[in-house]
Design a protein around this ligand. Structure first.
Ligand SMILES: [Zn+2]
Length: 300
């Protein structure tokens, strides 16, 4: 059979292989665990340069995973950082590296070392191959037909709703939320905070095109004082409907939080009203929260 030339081609091929294989064996379709079949799959399809090792090692959080050839490039290893507690992150990382193996290993000839920031930088200036490896991983682990079905009733979801998906697909909560944000018409955003500041954020297309987004990390943006993310786990609340003036000067925002995903970080899922943004007179100096806030949102 002819080999696919794109990540999309590989993603559909692998997805089908897993679905049919599990059906034959009488196993449930989910979760799909890359570590269970990547080596065999590579040996069947590429006997001349298969994956011969999948191994955890402690990299102290320097990166999530790597795809590394041996010297003669006839064997490959996928290595992942054991420093992370979440099993789901490992599964997604393995899928990401497997995507590099199938779609990119001939192109680069170099080992791939993939860090969290690069892996999650969908749509930004980071390398196209990182985006493709993520898209491959998302497609294989959260097949679009099933994901659509699971999220079709999400009107105003909280992070707790995504915990069900995290368990179903054996991925991180972040991966599930980002996958939803890529396709939803809901005006929504995931904000990852570190030490009270926004580390990075990702909004749905509908939200972005209505003029609401946080600037990339070249400037420091504090999280709003009244956000659940800043109040911390002691507040014992995981979701709240904020009035205008907390996350957004003009709009009420529904926030749900999670503190446990990464040790030092907070996740906030923000849901904005379905109509808003764009036509409002947003001005590019708009400030958020207390006077110390840097420019946080701006019109497009
Ligand atoms: Zn990568």
């Amino acid at each position: 059979m002819k080999q696919p030339l794109t990540w999309q081609g590989w993603a559909s091929r692998v997805s089908l292989y897993v679905r049919e294989g599990k059906k034959l064996l009488g196993l449930p379709r989910f979760p799909i665990r890359i570590g269970e079949f990547a080596e065999d799959y590579s040996k069947q399809h590429f006997p001349r340069d298969p994956i011969t090792m999948i191994k955890g090692q402690d990299f102290k959080g320097k990166f999530e995973g790597a795809l590394v050839p041996n010297e003669s490039k006839d064997e490959w290893a996928i290595i992942y950082d054991t420093g992370h507690l979440s099993k789901g992150r490992v599964n997604f990382t393995l899928a990401h590296e497997f995507g590099h193996y199938l779609a990119h290993r001939h192109l680069s000839g170099e080992p791939f070392y993939c860090s969290r920031k690069e892996m999650w930088a969908w749509g930004s200036d980071y390398a196209r191959m990182e985006v493709e490896a993520n898209s491959f991983a998302a497609f294989v682990l959260m097949p679009p037909d099933d994901f659509r079905d699971q999220t079709k009733d999400f009107r105003k979801p909280s992070l707790q709703d995504f915990e069900v998906l995290r368990d179903r697909y054996d991925i991180s909560l972040t991966a599930a939320v980002l996958n939803w944000l890529k396709t939803t018409k809901t005006r929504a955003m995931l904000v990852v905070g570190r030490d009270g500041f926004i580390d990075w954020s990702w909004g749905s297309e509908t939200l972005y095109s209505s003029g609401v987004f946080f600037r990339a990390r070249q400037i420091t943006t504090p999280m709003p004082d009244d956000s659940l993310a800043v109040l911390g786990p002691t507040a014992d609340i995981t979701e709240i409907q904020h009035p205008p003036g907390v996350w957004n000067e003009f709009e009420p925002v529904f926030e749900s939080v999670l503190f446990a995903e990464y040790h030092e970080m907070t996740l906030s899922l923000l849901i904005y009203p379905s109509v808003g943004g764009g036509r409002r007179p947003y001005n590019s100096d708009q400030r958020l929260g207390e006077g110390t806030s840097e420019l946080s949102e701006e019109s497009v």
